[in-house]
Design a protein around this ligand. Structure first.
Ligand SMILES: Cc1cc2nc3c(=O)[nH]c(=O)nc-3n(C[C@H](O)[C@H](O)[C@H](O)COP(=O)(O)OP(=O)(O)OC[C@H]3O[C@@H](n4cnc5c(N)ncnc54)[C@H](O)[C@@H]3O)c2cc1C
Ligand SMILES: NC(=O)c1ccc[n+]([C@@H]2O[C@H](COP(=O)([O-])OP(=O)(O)OC[C@H]3O[C@@H](n4cnc5c(N)ncnc54)[C@H](O)[C@@H]3O)[C@@H](O)[C@H]2O)c1
Length: 450
């Protein structure tokens, strides 16, 4: 490796993509440094997937404790302590942060706990003024919540703050209709907050199959979540008692204790020095990269949310791994396959999907068969919970190949991870039919479609 540079690789951002790329590059023998301005682990570990999932688990006990009565349990003195859960989650986040730092250290990656910017084609400057040179630079700076600007927008919180609330807000308005809005609506609602979702369109989770979206909407309404559609912010006024008077288009003014925005995430590119070295950006501020995560400058790469391809942790990790193997490994360069990426929404109940929705398949293929199972899980029957699951399988009629599976119901993401392998591998409906069911399960519906 070239010794004319201080490092072979300098990574900016120690999140999902940056940590993986740095660790793997170092394991291939590269001299690697990584700069992190906040906390090692990035969004997913510190204020995303991981603490969110822990809150989802905590929230679900609200239903389990109610349902337990139907299974013969008497529960007295039931009480929920938000601070106890919040602090337990943060303790584990800190533990994980330590493990990520340890992994980097064990691989001889130098960590700088400060902001880094690019000051020359091969030069990086840290917040304290230190400068370093590197043969390759990897931008893995992720994304941050987008907050629309309107009078009073300074009073809103985002998912970043939601993990640290001193008290649960008795009434919370959540703006947005995507992943974060629906996941946090479920969490706060289970904790007993009165939740209202305000969305600018009339569609939640627009990339998911319409039948599943409708099912989640119906179930959420029954659980007590209020939905406002075609509602955009006009203003928020903080009142003397600390509550927030919110005006939304087409709605009567209403008072809430907290307002959270979940209106998408924008790439972290500001002030990075990209213009000084000629790294090109797209219309949404994302770094433009080719299939090998190479930017418009040959030796500068970018992975993860900052490229706004698929904003999911496992994708950022794969992009980081592919970059490190391709640039520093012994094999041929390879690209990440972004097709058929499975995903999940950890709502109550969760949604999971892989491949094409019914309408996408109709447009792309035309001749399709749709199999559907609309059932009440056994546990819900005994519990007297009138909440039905919906599974859909979309099949290319000419080949029998499965092009999409969509599920809403308990444990849907856990079931989907296995089903996604089959879809990615190009299996057919006949292959599923030939597989014996495991009874009694919810997942058996996948091999029993008629
Ligand atoms: C609330 C929430 C829930 C989510 N849930 C899921 C989920 O369940 N499943 C899933 O797959 N995905 C989920 N995501 C998305 C997932 O977190 C991201 O896709 C993933 O973290 C992207 O990884 P990344 O490496 O691109 O960026 P990040 O993990 O965001 O890491 C970027 C890092 O760069 C640092 N940084 C930025 N600029 C600089 C600089 N100039 N100098 C030094 N450091 C810098 C940042 O502090 C950050 O630590 C969730 C996101 C949120 C917000
Ligand atoms: N379970 C998961 O895998 C998971 C969970 C959370 C977040 N994420 C990732 O993080 C990303 C960000 O999550 P998110 O929920 O913020 O985004 P999102 O893209 O899922 O949803 C954004 C929502 O905000 C609305 N919106 C956008 N601009 C608006 C504006 N100016 N005014 C009003 N509404 C507006 C959109 O119509 C949409 O409903 C997701 O796209 C996803 O990739 C994944």
């Amino acid at each position: 490796m070239a010794d004319e540079y201080d490092f072979d690789l300098f990574t900016i951002g120690a999140g999902s993509g940056g940590v993986r790329a740095s660790r793997v590059a170092a394991a291939h023998g590269a001299r690697v440094a990584v700069a992190e301005e906040y906390r090692v682990g990035g969004t997913c570990v510190i204020r995303g997937c991981v603490p969110k999932k822990m809150l989802v688990y905590g929230a679900h006990f609200a239903e389990d404790l109610v349902d337990a009565r139907a299974f013969g349990w008497t529960i007295e003195g039931k009480r929920f302590d938000w601070k106890a859960l919040r602090d337990a989650v943060q303790t584990d986040v800190t533990r994980l942060e330590g493990l990520y730092g340890q992994t980097l250290g064990n691989n001889d990656v130098t960590i700088f706990n400060q902001r880094a910017v690019i000051t020359g084609p091969h030069e990086i400057m840290l917040a304290d003024g230190q400068k370093f040179t590197a043969k390759h630079i990897l931008i893995a700076t992720g994304a941050r919540p987008f907050v629309p600007t309107f009078p009073g927008s300074e009073h809103v919180i985002t998912s970043n703050e939601a993990f640290h609330l001193d008290e649960l807000p008795p009434r919370i308005l959540i703006a947005g209709g995507g992943y974060i809005a629906n996941e946090f609506a479920g969490i706060f609602n289970e904790f007993g907050c009165k939740v209202t979702i305000a969305n600018r369109s009339d569609t939640i989770l627009r990339s998911y199959d319409a039948a599943l979206r409708d099912r989640l909407l119906q179930i959420s309404i029954v659980k007590g979540i209020n939905f406002l559609f075609h509602a955009e912010f006009e203003s928020i006024e903080k009142q003397e008692d600390g509550t927030l008077l919110v005006k939304l288009t087409g709605q009567e003014p209403c008072v809430y204790d907290a307002v959270m925005v979940a209106t998408g995430r924008v790439p972290n590119v500001e002030g990075l020095g990209l213009e000084t070295v000629g790294v090109e950006l797209g219309a949404r501020g994302e770094i433009i990269v080719d299939a090998f995560s190479r930017t418009s400058v040959d030796h500068i790469h970018a992975v993860g949310d900052v490229t706004d391809r698929v904003q999911l942790t496992p994708v950022a990790i794969r992009e980081g791994q592919a970059f490190a193997d391709s640039t520093f490994g012994p094999g041929e360069p390879y690209a990440v396959d972004h097709s058929c990426v499975p995903s999940a929404v950890f709502s109550h109940p969760p949604i999971a999907a892989v491949g094409m929705t019914e309408s996408e398949a109709r447009d792309a293929i035309g001749n399709i068969a749709v199999y559907q199972s609309d059932f009440r899980p056994m546990k819900n029957v005994v519990a007297g919970r009138n909440e039905r699951s919906l599974y859909k399988m979309i099949v290319d009629s000419s080949s029998g190949r499965i092009v999409g599976i969509h599920m809403i119901g308990p444990e849907a993401p856990e079931i989907m991870q296995a089903a996604a392998i089959a879809v990615k591998a190009g299996l057919t409906k006949a292959d599923f039919d030939a597989t014996v069911a495991i009874h009694p399960t919810m997942a058996e519906e996948l091999v029993l479609f008629k």
